[in-house]
Design a protein around this ligand. Structure first.
Ligand code: FEO
Length: 167
């Protein structure tokens, strides 16, 4: 049902989703160390989301008769200057994910693989939300700048985020 080229490309995306989870876990560690539990929670939820993205792709390859091949990951970045810096890095990372999902969709379209296109549509839509989430937090962080109380309020807001499993 999937060409070798498409299976290879989805396997690469599985690797990148796991790597994304790894990056967000490293970001969580930074916030835990900075005593910003709300932001740490937000990153932990993001970690769980990325794991679920990888799982969704994993199951798709299996269900369509392909073979999942896991790949190694490089060490994630562990040092950041500020909450703003970290969320800007998160946005930059999501923009890379979006480009990779778009490339996958382009490949599915070139191959006229309708099942893959329908499946990937979920990821195309998800990336709109992923970028918007990071953008909203960046906008708030820029507004409060160095104000400690403002930062605490954002932290409390991000503490409320919960993981919602993919339907
Ligand atoms: Fe799985 Fe944040 O994209």
């Amino acid at each position: 049902m999937l060409s070798k080229k498409l299976i290879d490309a989805i396997n690469d995306q599985i690797q990148f989703e796991y790597y994304s989870a790894f990056i967000y876990k490293a970001m969580q560690a930074y916030f835990e160390d900075e005593d910003l539990p709300g932001m740490a929670n937000w990153m932990d939820i993001q970690f769980q989301e990325e794991m679920s993205h990888a799982e969704k792709l994993f199951q798709f390859v299996c269900e369509t008769g392909g073979r999942v091949l896991l790949q190694s990951m490089e060490t994630p970045h562990n040092d950041y200057n500020s909450p703003l810096h970290i969320f800007e890095e998160a946005l930059r990372h999501e923009q890379i994910v979006t480009a990779k999902i778009n490339d996958l969709m382009d490949l599915a379209q070139q191959e006229k693989n309708h099942a893959a296109q329908i499946f990937l549509q979920w990821f195309v839509t998800e990336q709109i939300e992923e970028e918007a989430n990071a953008n909203h937090i960046i906008a708030k962080l820029k507004r409060v700048k160095e104000d400690g109380r403002g930062l605490m309020m954002i932290d409390q807001e991000l503490a409320k985020r919960v993981f919602v499993p993919i339907a």
